[in-house]
Design a protein around this ligand. Structure first.
Ligand code: ATP
Length: 195
């Protein structure tokens, strides 16, 4: 289980952004999260992924703190260009996490002709698919999808969600889907929380 217990957080000397949030995501569970712009969804997501340390409260990944090394809680950014090393090729970005086989690459719509290109040499939607494929490493247990499909065309959106949900189900990953798109959340999430 991915558990957040009574999380509080503030940026530097500002007033609290997150003030006492609890959440538990079971393996195989798809949880939707929504809430008005600026309420703290991405901040909370990054605390869950272990990128930010909460001022108080704790996050437990299957009963323990985030392990060193590969992070089993993979955070997918709404703008994947901020999540990848711009000096690495697409091939290196994926290979640093794992070596997906050809059927999975094809399922995510990732072409191996992109492998010797740099992130700025493929489109935003293509880079989002690369980030997704990378996040599906065998050691991943939980995925945090932070507005990952807002910038994609409807066909690519549908394709990405279909592969993501199928893979999450077969690997029993817990997924937090952050979105303002309520019809999307109602379609894919087992439950929806508003913060
Ligand atoms: N690095 C930062 N330093 C200072 N304040 C920040 C920082 N990042 C975010 N904030 C502020 O913290 C608050 C929460 O931001 P956050 O991005 O978590 O909200 P959100 O709910 O994800 O918003 P949106 O739906 O617009 O993506 C906002 O008021 C934002 O301006």
């Amino acid at each position: 289980m991915l558990e957040a217990k009574n999380i509080c957080f503030r940026y530097r000397n500002r007033s609290p952004v997150i003030d006492g949030i609890d959440l538990a995501i079971r393996p195989g569970e798809i949880v939707g999260m929504t809430g008005r712009s600026g309420v703290g969804k991405s901040t909370f997501a990054r605390i869950l992924a272990g990128h930010y340390r909460p001022a108080s409260g704790q996050v437990l990944v299957d009963g323990a703190a985030h392990p060193q090394g590969f992070n089993p809680v993979q955070y997918l950014h709404q703008s994947p260009v901020f999540a990848v090393n711009p000096r690495w090729t697409v091939g290196k970005i994926i290979a640093e996490a794992w070596q997906p086989d050809a059927p999975l690459r094809e399922a995510f719509g990732v072409s191996n002709t992109w492998f010797d290109r740099y992130p700025h040499e493929i489109s935003g939607g293509e880079l989002q698919r690369v980030a997704l494929l990378r996040a599906f490493a065998p050691r991943t247990r939980y995925l945090i999808a932070d507005e990952i499909s807002a910038q994609l065309d409807p066909l690519t959106q549908a394709q990405i969600w279909s592969v993501l949900l199928e893979q999450a189900e077969s690997r029993q990953l817990g997924v937090l889907v952050i979105s303002h798109d309520m019809p999307l959340l109602e379609r894919i999430a087992h439950r929806i929380i508003t913060i």
